[in-house]
Write a protein that binds this ligand. Structure first.
Ligand SMILES: *Cc1c(COP(=O)(O)O)cnc(C)c1O
Length: 323
């Protein structure tokens, strides 16, 4: 994000690091920048070292109850890890046959609900109206929408937080801002939820973000036009690649993320992934659960990289059929 940005953006970063006030526990400037960007109040924002840390606090502070937390059977692999670590009971809810989250399947007693929107590794999005229907039917426990990939074409639920006190939305600067190494993520929700998160966080580390991360994240969050242009570029390449894959005979799930989930009928995902690797192209293959095994999760690269991928796939699925 910063290295490719124009000099003006880098200058703002340097000034930001120099002027960031100590003590830094409250991350005030960064929280103010995030609040402005999303049009929410300052006390509706919680920041952490990556959204993984934010989620760790969420599981500990908001999702630990007698009833199980619900999340999809195919989703971000860290959720069950947090549950095990923090002693949170959970129940997984199968995706539909089309690999979608159906909110009707979540209308049962629970200690909280969490899912990424769009989901990973499918890239599929739950329509906003369905999420609102879920919130209306589920007023008694916290609903967390993990929007790690929302900027590539999804619709954010942040505006719904003013209406639903049980809704918490998490974001990260690791994906769409290309700042994974800076380790900054945040959550937006009504002040009561944010206060609960702060109480748990302050119980073991009240100095969460270093000065550089705060300054860097604040500048990145403020550079909205530059950010939007980069995200649009990824989305355009995703649509082009989706078209190319379909032309080759792949089935591609409708994605609004910076990756696509695709399979070639009759061919094994692991075998295609291995042949791509021989050509120095790395895609992600998941062996489990069995119904995702035919699929490949392909990250959107540059136009040139995606064109190279399409050529390699053509070779693999047609020319080398019997090799
Ligand atoms: C990457 C990712 C995160 C965590 O990202 P951080 O680098 O910790 O901010 C959280 N949720 C999902 C769905 C992700 O893909």
């Amino acid at each position: 994000f910063f290295f490719q940005a124009e000099d003006g953006i880098r200058d703002k970063l340097v000034t930001g690091v120099q002027t960031c006030a100590l003590p830094i526990s409250a991350s005030d400037k960064l929280r103010a920048a995030i609040a402005r960007r999303h049009g929410v109040a300052h006390d509706c924002v919680f920041v952490g070292n990556g959204s993984d840390e934010v989620l760790a606090h969420v599981f500990m502070a908001l999702l630990k109850h007698d009833a199980p937390v619900l999340f999809p059977d195919i989703t971000y692999s860290f959720y069950p890890v947090y549950c095990a670590l923090h002693g949170v009971t959970y129940e997984t809810v199968p995706l539909t046959d089309e690999f979608a989250i159906d909110v009707n399947d979540y209308l049962k007693p629970n200690g909280g609900i969490i899912f990424p929107n769009p989901n990973a590794p499918t890239g599929r999005e739950v329509p906003q109206a369905d999420i609102e229907r879920l919130l209306q039917a589920n007023p008694g426990s916290v609903v967390v929408v993990d929007e790690a990939y929302v900027a590539f074409g999804g619709t954010s639920c942040v505006p719904l937080t003013s209406k639903y006190p049980q809704l918490l939305v998490t974001h990260t600067l690791s994906k769409s801002h290309a700042l994974a190494g800076l380790r900054v993520g945040y959550a937006i929700g009504q002040p009561a939820l944010i206060e609960g998160l702060n109480r748990v966080k302050d119980s073991f580390n009240s100095y969460p973000l270093d000065r550089f991360a705060q300054a860097g994240a604040a500048v990145a969050v403020e550079e909205e036009a530059y950010f939007n242009e980069l995200c649009r570029k990824v989305a355009r390449t995703r649509e082009r690649l989706t078209g190319q894959l379909k032309e080759l005979g792949f089935e591609v799930l409708p994605s609004v993320a910076n990756f696509v989930f695709a399979r070639f009928p009759g061919r094994d995902g692991a075998e295609i992934a291995a042949k791509l690797r021989e050509r120095s192209i790395i895609v992600r293959h998941f062996r489990n659960p069995p119904r995702v095994s035919p699929y490949l999760r392909i990250t959107i690269g540059t136009d040139e990289q995606c064109a190279g991928l399409a050529d390699a796939l053509q070779e693999i699925v047609y020319t080398n059929k019997n090799k």
